[in-house]
Design a protein around this ligand. Structure first.
Ligand SMILES: NC(=O)c1ccc[n+]([C@@H]2O[C@H](COP(=O)([O-])OP(=O)(O)OC[C@H]3O[C@@H](n4cnc5c(N)ncnc54)[C@H](OP(=O)(O)O)[C@@H]3O)[C@@H](O)[C@H]2O)c1
Length: 274
């Protein structure tokens, strides 16, 4: 079986590549460049750009299944590019597509469902790895986390668990026409996650609570536009939808193993915080 993994150098894709290589599967790992991919030597790195679908055509012609990341921001150009990739995959007789979405899904889902290929859609909750993007630098440099809404709960998921479900759907039968919403095993507040990072790394961390106004100002300074700040940064953090903190057991049901905890994720990644 031959599988093309897009986003292969990303947080989920890197786990998918490693896990696929454990089963007897030929992995083609897509990146925009051959340089510094950090991918295992056993994976064949192929070059292509999701924003330029024709660059994928040659790779799609020699595979059985496709793992497709769909970027959160579905601009019209992105939507059209994804639509073209799906069309090229169908023309190339790709049998199966497994697509990674946001938790709420996105408009490309309908194109996938109507593609005529076997399809599975994966909608994970927020990634545990976001702790790196938002907190690692200030923890490392100052021993501080600055955040708004520290009591907000979320069911963050370990990226390796998303990958484990994707790998099942890629290599096993029985996942056609399935939409899998995935979460981690605990609903944790930011304050609790920071406490766990501190305990596991042995580094004291001060949590400084920002006001709503400060969050708005900082986000603007970081280049986010007003709509994004109101909806995602303030809205989701202040009044998160029930799905953001409701634990699902989908990972365990599908993989037969309990979903990995945040403490496990921190233990694996603690060198980023010290
Ligand atoms: N973070 C979250 O909490 C969250 C939650 C739910 C869903 N998601 C979704 O999960 C998806 C994957 O996220 P991730 O964290 O695994 O990715 P990531 O770590 O941000 O890495 C991005 C990956 O996408 C590839 N990529 C980006 N633009 C590309 C392009 N134009 N052509 C080809 N490859 C491109 C990069 O490959 P190269 O740099 O090697 O080219 C890299 O492998 C995201 O699109 C996001 O919408 C994220």
């Amino acid at each position: 079986m031959k599988i093309l993994v897009t986003g292969a150098t990303g947080s989920v894709g890197e786990h998918i590549v490693k896990q696929l290589l454990l089963s007897q599967v030929e992995v083609r790992a897509l990146s925009r460049s051959h340089k510094n991919t950090g991918l295992p030597a056993k994976a064949q790195t192929v070059v292509g750009d999701l924003d330029n679908p024709e660059t994928l055509e040659v790779h799609l012609k020699s595979i059985d299944s496709l793992f497709l990341i769909t970027q959160s921001e579905q601009t019209e150009a992105r939507f059209l590019a994804n639509q073209r990739i799906i069309q090229l995959a169908k023309e190339a007789n790709v049998k199966r597509i497994v697509a990674l979405m946001d938790y709420e899904g996105n408009p490309i889902e309908n194109i996938i469902k109507e593609s005529g290929m076997e399809w599975t859609i994966i909608r994970p909750s927020e990634f545990m790895k976001n702790a790196l993007y938002f907190w690692a630098d200030s923890i490392q440099n100052e021993g501080i986390v600055r955040t708004g809404f520290p009591e907000t709960l979320s069911v963050r998921i370990h990226e390796a668990d998303i990958a484990a479900v994707a790998v099942k759907a890629l290599v096993e039968d029985g996942h056609h026409k399935k939409i899998y919403n995935l979460t981690g095993p605990q609903s944790l507040s930011i304050r609790e996650m920071v406490r766990q990072i501190s305990d596991i790394t042995g580094k004291p961390i001060e949590l400084i609570e920002l006001t709503e106004e400060q969050v708005r100002r900082n986000s603007k300074h970081q280049g986010y536009d007003d709509d994004f700040i109101e909806y995602f940064i303030i809205g989701m953090a202040k009044n998160p939808p029930k799905s953001a903190y409701t634990i699902l057991d989908t990972v365990e049901q599908l993989t037969g193993k309990p979903a990995r905890t945040f403490a496990q994720w921190v233990t694996e990644n603690k060198y980023y915080f010290v």
